[in-house]
Design a protein around this ligand. Structure first.
Ligand SMILES: [Zn+2]
Length: 129
């Protein structure tokens, strides 16, 4: 399953970042997913919910997905146009000399950590007055 491989890759990357930053918990991860990357966000979430149970750092973490619109560039006229609406043929000049500018991305955009717990001092706060 394609999505499961992606999820494992993302979890590995987040764990790496967590180690570098001495994180103990991650509460949410935001992914940027290109519109034509072929990734189905709902499959991704299903795999995620299952896979994070195996990670101490990510257990219970939420997966958020940001869809990036796909844009194609035309070498014929130099303009950009939305890929999903027009495919590989430029709507401005009809040229087929086009290439995908953005839309196949899959990036970790944000890693969210829970609010820090108040430090334990072991002291009982003194009552004022
Ligand atoms: Zn064109």
């Amino acid at each position: 399953m394609h999505e499961l491989g992606i999820v494992f890759h993302v979890i590995k990357s987040v764990e790496e970042v967590g180690r570098q930053n001495c994180l103990t918990r991650v509460s949410a991860v935001t992914l940027e997913i290109g519109e034509v990357s072929g990734v189905v966000p709902s499959y991704l979430t299903d795999c995620w919910d299952w896979a994070v149970k195996k990670s101490d750092l990510l257990r219970g973490a939420e997966l958020r997905t940001d869809i990036l619109p796909a844009v194609t560039h035309c070498d014929g006229c130099g303009k950009d146009y939305p890929t999903v609406a027009h495919g590989k043929t430029c709507p401005h000049c009809g040229s087929g000399e086009t290439w995908l500018l953005t839309g196949s991305e899959l990036n970790i955009k944000e890693i969210e950590v829970p609010d820090p717990e108040p430090p334990e001092t072991g002291e009982i706060p003194q009552q004022m007055g």
